[in-house]
Design a protein around this ligand. Structure first.
Ligand SMILES: [Zn+2]
Length: 438
């Protein structure tokens, strides 16, 4: 008797538990809802009938292509379209569709194309264009940093991009970029300036080199690059770089003025590196090996009695004869030309930047893409400019002597790594600094 009672109790509790679980299942996971079907196939699920009817009433006449039915159903809560998105979802469901593919980036559809092959070709081309290496570089690995999927399915016909539209969109984030037709006498720098862009943006958006020759009539895309995907590439390479000589000063009270005891000579070194590129732009560079090919020879200056370093005559003469000294040591990461208005001298953050010649500071502060920026006027129409400083050590109006520390190397403003962007201007136009450095 006892046994019978026990098993009855057990059976009843099990039944109750089952019932409760079903209840939780039905109303916790699946819930009563209304499905809207277009031409007999389920398009979307909404929480109540009023929301559905309202959306249908609000549809523009042009969207009323198919037969719409509303039916009671049970649905997963996460499948129910939020009320404020019902109208858009319904309009989309009513668009005429064809078989196509969507490209998903981290699960989000960003681009629609006619077939799988075109989508795959587009992605392959994106990788290829962003992994071009120079002669001394080897590509080790490349891939997307996002999770990319190509999914086949029915896609609204009007959403499908052709190759050119898709290429613009994946590269620039827009199918219809703003364009400019090159005029006689245009330079990349001038076009960038006129359109409030950086030369590097134009170079990236147009897949061209900074030193390319522009032809009148050529079309230049003015949209800033905003790629929908990120190609990450690992490369290794080597290069020979200049080691700028240092200037050392000796004091000798037996002579007068400043005398150059011996001229300096730049050295050269071989550098092997590995680098990471993000969409073709160097993100980080690690030196793997360094070999001095030719050591730099210090320039030795003897300072005698009654030295007048910062005399007006001297600074003017020194600048006018093209005597600028290297502002900082490092490797030339980018030379002058093709829209690049200065010389990029890369090296550690915090290295002292020296005035290339004596003069007067006419600007010391923040200036947009230049970051912390110093301009020194040396007289005779010669001006030198120092960009991306991590710290400024001079003030506007201050008189500086050649070799005086004016700031520290950094990566402020528009810069992809610590370097000094050094510009030389003569008579108001940019000159190649290398021709003025001694
Ligand atoms: Zn630069």
């Amino acid at each position: 008797m006892d046994n019978y009672k026990k098993s009855w109790k057990f059976g009843a509790s099990a039944l109750l538990l089952c019932f409760l679980i079903s209840l939780v299942w039905c109303f916790g996971v699946r819930t009563p809802a209304f499905s809207i079907a277009v031409d007999g196939s389920k398009a979307l699920v909404v929480s109540d009938k009023a929301v559905a009817s309202q959306a249908i009433d609000q549809l523009p006449d042009s969207a009323m292509g198919g037969k719409i039915d509303i039916n009671r159903t049970f649905a997963n809560r996460r499948d129910i379209v939020p009320s404020d998105q019902v109208l858009d979802a319904l309009a989309t469901a009513l668009l005429p569709k064809i078989q196509g593919v969507s490209i998903l980036v981290d699960g989000q559809p960003v681009l629609y194309m006619a077939d799988k092959d075109s989508a795959q070709q587009l992605l392959d081309r994106m990788v290829q264009e962003n992994t071009t290496v120079t002669g001394e570089e080897t590509l080790l690995a490349a891939g997307f940093s996002e999770d990319i999927q190509i999914v086949e399915g029915n896609v609204p016909t009007e959403w499908i991009s052709d190759w050119d539209q898709a290429w613009n969109k994946i590269n620039l984030g827009t199918e219809t970029p703003e364009v400019y037709i090159v005029q006689e006498g245009d330079s990349l720098w001038g076009i960038a300036r006129a359109n409030d862009m950086y030369v590097t943006d134009i170079v990236t958006s147009n897949n061209i080199q900074e030193d390319c020759v522009l032809a009148p009539g050529q079309t230049i895309i003015l949209s800033k690059p905003a790629a929908l995907v990120t190609v990450v590439a690992q490369v290794e390479g080597s290069e020979n770089v200049v080691i700028p000589y240092q200037t050392v000063t000796e004091n000798d009270n037996s002579v007068d003025g400043i005398n150059i005891k011996s001229e300096g000579q730049n050295g050269e070194k071989y550098v092997a590196y590995s680098a990471t590129l993000r969409n073709g732009i160097i993100e980080s560079k690690t030196i793997v090996e360094e070999q001095i090919i030719k050591a730099a020879i210090d320039k030795v200056v003897v300072k005698g009695r009654s030295v007048q370093v910062a005399s007006r005559g001297k600074s003017g003469a020194s600048a006018g004869t093209g005597r600028l000294s290297w502002p900082v040591s490092g490797s030339i990461s980018q030379s002058y030309g093709g829209g690049h208005t200065g010389l990029d001298i890369a090296g550690p953050t915090g290295s002292a930047i020296a005035a290339a010649a004596s003069g007067v500071v006419t600007f010391a502060g923040w200036q947009g893409g230049y970051g912390n920026f110093v301009i020194i006027n040396h007289g005779n129409g010669t001006v030198t400019r120092y960009a991306h400083c991590s710290k400024l050590l001079v003030k506007n109006g201050q008189r500086v002597s050649q070799g005086q520390t004016i700031g520290l190397r950094g990566s402020t403003g528009r810069s992809t790594g610590p370097h000094l962007h050094f510009e030389v201007m003569v008579g108001g136009s940019f000159r190649n600094p290398i021709n003025y450095l001694r």
